[in-house]
Design a protein around this ligand. Structure first.
Ligand code: 5GP
Length: 183
């Protein structure tokens, strides 16, 4: 299992798409969230979009491997996304924020954890604003959270700086190929 984490706007999604193009055996875990879908996002593909009540019920039923509150919404990894794949030894990729990555580290220390870092805090700000997916108050909130997330960097075995996209893709592919290759 591969956990890809790092602040919002750092390019995790782009890197993971490129990674899966290069290593088609990888499967992406579709997270659950209480956030509203953005234009173009599809239920069951981008996320499993759940109501607050449904998310509460799934927590009570023990359906989550990890979950966290992030920027006013809740996000979580469903056991159902992982169980069969891990049983069949299909490599799975999780794209999650830092609190969730910590929970996975506790429960599944064998998971490979990769932190994607921006070249600088300023670069992250520019990207998060330029991405245009979030309203201004969300961008502010996400930037505040990013400061704390960046401090978590030393906890991670692998840190990849997403400066030049092609270099970051190569670095991520190298980490994953190395883990997947028989010892
Ligand atoms: P966004 O709203 O931009 O899609 O996601 C916000 C943050 O939540 C991102 O950092 C994303 O990686 C993270 N996230 C997405 N799915 C999960 C999940 O299942 N668990 C946790 N802990 N974080 C998630």
């Amino acid at each position: 299992m591969f956990v890809i984490t790092g602040p919002s706007g750092v390019g995790k999604g782009t890197l993971i798409r490129a990674l899966c193009d290069r290593i088609p055996a990888l499967q992406i875990s579709v997270s659950a969230t209480t956030r509203q879908p953005r234009p173009g996002e599809r239920d069951g593909v981008s996320y499993h979009f759940l109501s607050q009540a449904e998310f509460d019920r799934r927590i009570a039923d023990g359906d989550f491997v990890e979950w966290a509150e992030y920027s006013g919404n809740r996000y979580g990894t469903l056991r159902s996304e992982l169980d069969r794949r891990l049983r069949e030894r299909v490599p799975v990729v999780l794209e999650i924020e830092v609190q969730g990555a910590r929970q996975v580290r506790e429960k599944m220390p064998e998971a490979v954890q990769v932190f994607i870092a921006p070249p600088s805090a300023d670069a992250l700000r520019t990207r998060l604003i330029g991405r245009g997916t979030d309203p201004p108050e969300q961008v502010q909130r996400r930037l505040q959270t990013a400061t704390a997330e960046l401090e978590a960097q030393p906890e991670f075995t692998h840190v990849i700086v997403n400066d030049r996209l092609d270099d970051a893709i190569e670095a991520l592919v190298a980490v994953v190929e190395d883990e997947l290759s028989p010892a």
